[in-house]
Design a binder for this molecule. Structure first.
Ligand SMILES: [Zn+2]
Length: 126
């Protein structure tokens, strides 16, 4: 289980939670997440369900630790507040960050982040 694979799945899982929460869904079953990831992302289409499950377990533990999600009574996972999609001004990486997390790029730790997609251009036209 490499760090690269863990970091990659962390990004995709945050992306999944972000997109689902935008559709109004806030609860997730941990044991269903591996097959949801395989169904949703081409990246994981041909990957082994057992390996994805191990990665999901590691990433879910990290997300619980960072207060991105919580485990509720019925053993489902729930987002704690909204995730923000932010782009780093230095390396252009997209980070999904929860309210409880430090506002810093998840790749280079820069603090110069902007909402993505950037809405500033629209505002300056008014
Ligand atoms: Zn960055």
């Amino acid at each position: 289980m490499t760090d690269v694979k863990i970091r990659e799945l962390d990004w995709y899982l945050r992306d999944h939670l972000f997109r689902q929460s935008n559709k109004g869904r806030l609860e997730f079953k941990q044991r269903m997440l591996p097959s949801e990831m395989i169904k949703t992302y081409l990246r994981y289409r041909n990957d082994d369900l057992g390996e994805i499950s191990q990665l999901v377990d590691i990433v879910v533990a990290n997300l619980l630790h960072h207060h991105v999600i919580r485990m509720n009574d019925s053993h489902s996972l729930e987002l704690r507040g909204t995730l923000r999609r932010l782009q780093c001004s230095k390396c252009y990486y997209i980070s999904y960050l929860a309210e409880a997390e430090e506002l810093a790029c998840l790749r280079c730790s820069s603090r110069t982040l902007a909402e993505f997609p950037n809405k500033r251009i629209k505002r300056s036209e008014q």
